[in-house]
Design a protein around this ligand. Sequence first.
Ligand SMILES: *[C@@H]1O[C@H](CO)[C@@H](O)[C@H](O)[C@H]1NC(C)=O
Ligand SMILES: *[C@@H]1O[C@H](CO)[C@@H](O)[C@H](O)[C@H]1NC(C)=O
Ligand SMILES: *[C@@H]1O[C@H](CO)[C@@H](O)[C@H](O)[C@H]1NC(C)=O
Ligand SMILES: *[C@@H]1O[C@H](CO)[C@@H](O)[C@H](O)[C@H]1NC(C)=O
Ligand SMILES: *[C@@H]1O[C@H](CO)[C@@H](O)[C@H](O)[C@H]1NC(C)=O
Ligand SMILES: *[C@@H]1O[C@H](CO)[C@@H](O)[C@H](O)[C@H]1NC(C)=O
Ligand SMILES: *[C@@H]1O[C@H](CO)[C@@H](O)[C@H](O)[C@H]1NC(C)=O
Ligand SMILES: *[C@@H]1O[C@H](CO)[C@@H](O)[C@H](O)[C@H]1NC(C)=O
Ligand SMILES: *[C@@H]1O[C@H](CO)[C@@H](O)[C@H](O)[C@H]1NC(C)=O
Ligand SMILES: *[C@@H]1O[C@H](CO)[C@@H](O)[C@H](O)[C@H]1NC(C)=O
Ligand SMILES: *[C@@H]1O[C@H](CO)[C@@H](O)[C@H](O)[C@H]1NC(C)=O
Ligand SMILES: *[C@@H]1O[C@H](CO)[C@@H](O)[C@H](O)[C@H]1NC(C)=O
Ligand SMILES: [Zn+2]
Length: 710
Amino acid sequence: MKTFLFFLGAIGAKACQRERAFAHHSHAHVKRQGSNSTFPPVLDPNEQILLNSFDNTSISEWSYYYTHGNHIAGLNQTMAQWTADRWAEFGFTSRLDEYFVFLNYPIANSLLLTYPNGSTYKPTLKEDVLKEDPTTSYPDSIPTFHGYSFSGNASAEYVYVGRGQQVDFDRLEALGVELEGKIALAKYGGPFRGLKVKNAQDHGMIGTVIFSDPGDDGNMTEAKGVAAYPAGPARNPSTVQRGSVQFLSTYPGDPTTPGYVSKPDSERADRTNITPQIPSLPISWAEAQPILQALNGFGTNGTQVNRTGWVGAIPGVTYSTGAGSGATLSMSNLMNDTYGTIWNAVGVINGTNEDEVVIVGNHRDAWIIGGAADPNSGSAVLIELAKAFGKLSATGWKPKRTIVLCSWDAEEYGLVGSTEWMEEYIPWLKNAAVSYLNIDVAVAGPIPDVSATPDLHEVSTSLMKKIVYPYRGATNLTLYDVWVHEGGEVGVLGSGSDYTAFLHRGIASIDMGSGGGPNDAVYPYHSNYDSYAWMERFGDPGFHTHKAMGQYLTILLYHMVNDEVLPLKPSGYVPEFKKYLTALDATVSSSDYNIDLSPLTAAISTFSAAARSFESLRDAAVSADDSALLTVQNHKARDFSRGFTSQGGLPAREFYQHTIFAPGRDTGYAPVTFPGITESITFDRNQTLAQAWVGRTARAIEIAASILQT
Ligand SMILES: *[C@@H]1O[C@H](CO)[C@@H](O)[C@H](O)[C@H]1NC(C)=O
Ligand SMILES: *[C@@H]1O[C@H](CO)[C@@H](O)[C@H](O)[C@H]1NC(C)=O
Ligand SMILES: *[C@@H]1O[C@H](CO)[C@@H](O)[C@H](O)[C@H]1NC(C)=O
Ligand SMILES: *[C@@H]1O[C@H](CO)[C@@H](O)[C@H](O)[C@H]1NC(C)=O
Ligand SMILES: *[C@@H]1O[C@H](CO)[C@@H](O)[C@H](O)[C@H]1NC(C)=O
Ligand SMILES: *[C@@H]1O[C@H](CO)[C@@H](O)[C@H](O)[C@H]1NC(C)=O
Ligand SMILES: *[C@@H]1O[C@H](CO)[C@@H](O)[C@H](O)[C@H]1NC(C)=O
Ligand SMILES: *[C@@H]1O[C@H](CO)[C@@H](O)[C@H](O)[C@H]1NC(C)=O
Ligand SMILES: *[C@@H]1O[C@H](CO)[C@@H](O)[C@H](O)[C@H]1NC(C)=O
Ligand SMILES: *[C@@H]1O[C@H](CO)[C@@H](O)[C@H](O)[C@H]1NC(C)=O
Ligand SMILES: *[C@@H]1O[C@H](CO)[C@@H](O)[C@H](O)[C@H]1NC(C)=O
Ligand SMILES: *[C@@H]1O[C@H](CO)[C@@H](O)[C@H](O)[C@H]1NC(C)=O
Ligand SMILES: [Zn+2]
């Protein structure tokens, strides 16, 4: 899934979310960065074999395959097998792992606006068929709908609720807007879409319509003179964002098997607390326009509402709350609720150290026939990566650590394939997983983006210096140069892609990709226009960014499985802890609570000392060429982050166990740091609970420290 708006930094529920797409930099004069200014980068012979194997044209062929057939979750076993077969050709032992999960598919839906004078407007709820974009006219094109949405009808007056976050609803309540029994009209962006529906439902509303808005497209809008797709890079006005409305921040995976694997005979739990109980529909900005306009002049206008992100850029719309407009919506959403088989393709090359495993994952399923960016830019890259390791293996090279490639199904519905797989293999993963490397939207634009656990910061950034990265016509830059130019920050993992299940079992994880900024082609996220035709013309002409991202993932995987010293750096957590602590301090200060953070600061000091002595002992093992000691140290580096997890999970969400970072309960994508403590303050508003979580978080950090020391 992975949204195209990037969020950075530690946030509390009240702190602002910085949307990466609008934190821009001048594009001229990109500097060569770092102490190593050799260009092109100097590579060792194995690195040369791997990186030289990459070919933009064969990547484009893999991309073409993935983007010309229906591959919504659970409907394309052939594509799963094709993926496993390619990996097998390149020397991986491959198989399909099957799960039997709850899914739903659209049967029929409709929307009708009735004006106070009785006349009506009926949106088509369809995206335009374009002759320039062949997959938009496929007979089996998938309608616009929300995955895991509720089957039902609703007919009522409606209210504009901004981005649909709790703070937006708080504002509406303060303005005295009646919500009960009404339909919510919400704007995409900000929190995960399922949480918009949840918040509406929790306020007694009976349906939700969610629209895209060109106000989120930076400078690339028709209003600013840019032609719309297919003529140009602005958003086609009929673009609709499909997507899941599961309550992702409570738990991911099959909603009928929380915490355990979905097999045909698995017991099924009630899913009503994790999927919406009111209907929802996504619509385009063009079709939202009359619906919003019918609210103009009613209730409080958008400017006066005075909320960040409330006012968008649809022409002729005041983004008024609309209370008392007299206009009504009638919506109907009929889904086929069903259980079906999903297929994860898995490819393995055994390492010589059987108890050290690196997993590389990408999802394969898409909401549309295309999916050229989300997720199949990553899928194409993963085939090319397998090919590169095939070439290296042909020289007699063997990895020290086992490589496991995974092509997940049903990610889009709620990280289902990866979560069920983790739940099936958890004992083995807890023992052996060294790290999980995720690539979802490998390419949606020219700007690289990496988020990772802090122990992966150093290796992931230093290897950027070995990758030549195409950037706005320049061919003499490394990925590192571009990444620094674009802000040079490794993000904190929240959720929205398949690293989630691994991260929350204490496995070091990274998520990488690239996207567009405010002056780049608008990425048609979860729309029919996320197609091969769009990618070839606007997303990545020449497939050069695909190649560079693939080379980056490949070189990272190579060092993770090949280096004597496992390249995880526990001390990477220390400066991050300090940042998170500063943010927490601010959250505490701006609350009415008196919370003693000293157990946490003490635990961080303990961890800091443990990480230092761990690293000097590891250095000593290298100097003394003591392979037994190095193995012990490598295993500590593999294991220590398991200590950060809390068995019972975070408050009100057992699945999410990581005490250092988690998706916000009301953001879904964006992370919250020290989530147990922070959200006890900002979300539960419970001082006792917050103080208890200071203790739990401190203990988790101490356990991580003790694993490094023993
Ligand atoms: C890359 O090439 C351009 C054009 O030749 C030049 O202006 C620029 O300084 C070079 N950049 C670096 C970092 O060497
Ligand atoms: C530059 O990179 C090469 C290849 O990785 C390495 O051998 C060399 O020591 C590096 N030089 C500096 C100054 O970092
Ligand atoms: C599965 O995907 C392939 C490749 O895109 C496509 O050729 C095939 O028609 C799809 N199968 C189904 C059942 O849609
Ligand atoms: C009813 O109201 C709508 C919206 O104001 C307007 O466009 C339409 O012309 C009106 N129809 C009639 C029959 O007055
Ligand atoms: C949009 O374009 C204007 C004029 O070129 C520029 O000043 C502004 O920074 C751009 N906006 C963004 C968000 O990049
Ligand atoms: C808008 O909200 C900010 C704080 O969120 C406040 O400082 C400002 O006075 C408000 N403006 C109006 C017009 O209410
Ligand atoms: C919103 O209301 C304020 C105060 O009444 C007014 O100044 C402003 O022009 C209105 N904006 C729009 C877009 O109607
Ligand atoms: C829901 O709405 C649809 C479309 O208007 C209609 O066909 C159906 O009968 C309605 N169902 C119920 C239960 O009212
Ligand atoms: C619903 O899905 C089942 C398979 O799970 C299928 O047999 C049935 O035909 C579908 N019903 C409709 C109305 O699409
Ligand atoms: C890889 O290792 C596993 C576990 O030890 C073993 O079952 C499997 O046969 C090995 N595969 C190959 C191709 O050697
Ligand atoms: C691959 O790159 C070459 C060299 O830039 C270019 O000529 C070719 O068209 C690219 N292939 C594809 C499929 O875009
Ligand atoms: C606050 O949290 C504590 C500890 O979990 C719990 O016992 C108490 O009931 C909570 N208070 C409220 C008002 O929810
Ligand atoms: Zn995705």
